[in-house]
Design a protein around this ligand. Structure first.
Ligand SMILES: Cc1ncc(COP(=O)(O)O)c(C=O)c1O
Length: 409
């Protein structure tokens, strides 16, 4: 075995070569390999410093290598990683309690990723609908949405490019236009109310940072209640303080029937969760669903600490001030550079929409030491850690402006 273990070498070209040889090519990585992180900073294998405005795609909301998170990882790893769901777990029960206390009355299912949380929500909606004698009930979602890469999550994903090349996946999925109330009403009418549920991101993420309107979400709540269907919020990207509230649904004042979490829940340690409101908490009974790793001791201990830190250090409370700073500066850039079409989002979940493809802006920013990503062809997504300081935001936006200026000439 030892001959097969490739030693870590610090040169990017070697890492790239090895990756090309041994990893399937389903990603198109940027030209960087990171070696370590500290707060909002990342350092690559050549020790170049970057400001992280991507957070591992909305995962490291507390920045990198928080001392308390590291401490919990060490302590829990010393004690116990995994036993299985055949036994009770102090850590899983404590995290479930903390999630419920900080969201809405209900119960929790744990898994390992966002897509699995959404698969669980899909199964919950289908099982409930079928128990109510609905025949082949339809699952609704939104046109620009992204819900994951497993088969039902992919089928719920409204962006066609994600489903392309796999033929017909599953039947029973329909898409409603984002913020189009007529399209939503029409979907319920067309199906005579034979709807299992509707899943929605309150701020469309991968699809270009588009906040849903209050009246659209109100209507979704009303129609699901009238038709005995489930309203599911996918808070995998918007959750854990990203929008300036612990969960984005707090902005809307609407409690869903189920809410899915992932990404920042574990600060980078893989974990997903579904919180199910009280009336539906008994739908998935013994044997109806499960996960080997889901809710293991290590993952739930880290997630509990993440939640504790977000709340006890008042990190979420500070997001609106940081957000205001960002929006003020970004709107100044919008007024100055006509290639900026729109600045939108909530909290530190921000998108800048350009009149030009945004990929080269992301590539140039990376060269200048700012990590961010391009999404929906023309949008740059800005998602700094929630505990970043104003000075660092300013430094990052100076880099962003420098790159925009280059693209304007
Ligand atoms: C809103 C949303 N839902 C679901 C997912 C899928 O999560 P995961 O990649 O952990 O399976 C993502 C990932 O980007 C997401 O942004």
């Amino acid at each position: 075995m030892s001959d097969l273990v490739v030693k870590t070498k610090d040169k990017l070209s070697e890492i790239k070569e090895r990756s090309a040889k041994y990893l399937i090519g389903n990603y198109a990585p940027f030209d960087v390999a990171f070696k370590y992180g500290a707060g909002e900073l990342l350092f690559d294998v050549n020790n170049k410093q970057y400001i992280d405005f991507l957070c591992g795609v909305a995962v490291t909301n507390l920045g990198h290598c928080d001392a308390d998170i590291i401490d919990v990882v060490h302590k829990q790893a010393d004690m116990l990683f995994h036993t299985s769901n055949w036994f009770y777990s102090d850590e899983a029960s404590l995290l479930a309690e903390a999630l419920v206390v900080n969201s809405f009355p209900g119960k929790v299912f744990f898994c390992n990723s966002g897509t699995e949380a959404n698969e669980a929500a899909f199964k919950l909606a289908r099982k409930y609908a079928i128990s109510r004698d609905k025949q082949n009930p339809i699952m609704l979602s939104l046109t620009n949405s992204f819900h994951g890469r497993t088969v039902a999550s992919m089928a719920m994903t409204g962006q066609e490019k994600v489903r392309e090349g796999y033929g017909e996946l599953l039947s029973g999925f329909e898409y409603v236009e984002v913020n189009n109330e007529e399209s939503l009403e029409e979907a319920f009418e067309r199906n005579n109310g034979n709807i299992a549920g509707i899943i929605m991101e309150l701020v469309i993420g991968e699809g270009g940072i588009i906040p849903l309107t209050q009246s659209f979400v109100n209507l979704a709540r009303k129609l699901t209640q009238e038709n005995d269907a489930l309203l599911i919020f996918d808070e995998i990207q918007t959750g854990m303080g990203r929008t300036g509230r612990l969960f984005a649904c707090e902005h809307y004042g609407i409690i869903p029937d189920a809410m899915t979490l992932g990404k920042a829940l574990g600060s980078g340690f893989p974990i997903g969760a579904m919180i199910v409101s009280k009336p539906f908490a008994g739908v998935l009974g013994p044997g109806s669903h499960g996960s080997t790793f889901g809710g293991n001791h290590l993952a739930t201990a880290v997630a509990y600490e993440t939640l504790r830190i977000l709340i006890s250090r008042e990190i979420v409370e500070n997001v609106p001030a940081l957000s205001q700073f960002m929006f003020t500066r970004l709107n100044v850039l919008k007024a100055k550079y006509p290639i900026i079409k729109d600045v939108r989002g909530i909290g530190l979940h921000i998108g800048v929409d350009f009149t030009i493809p945004s990929k080269s802006i992301a590539v140039e920013c990376l060269k200048e030491g700012l990590v961010l990503n391009s999404t929906a062809e023309t949008v740059i997504r800005l998602m700094p850690p929630l505990n970043i300081g104003i000075e660092r935001l300013d430094e990052a936006l100076n880099i962003f402006e420098k790159v925009i200026m280059k693209h304007t000439q």
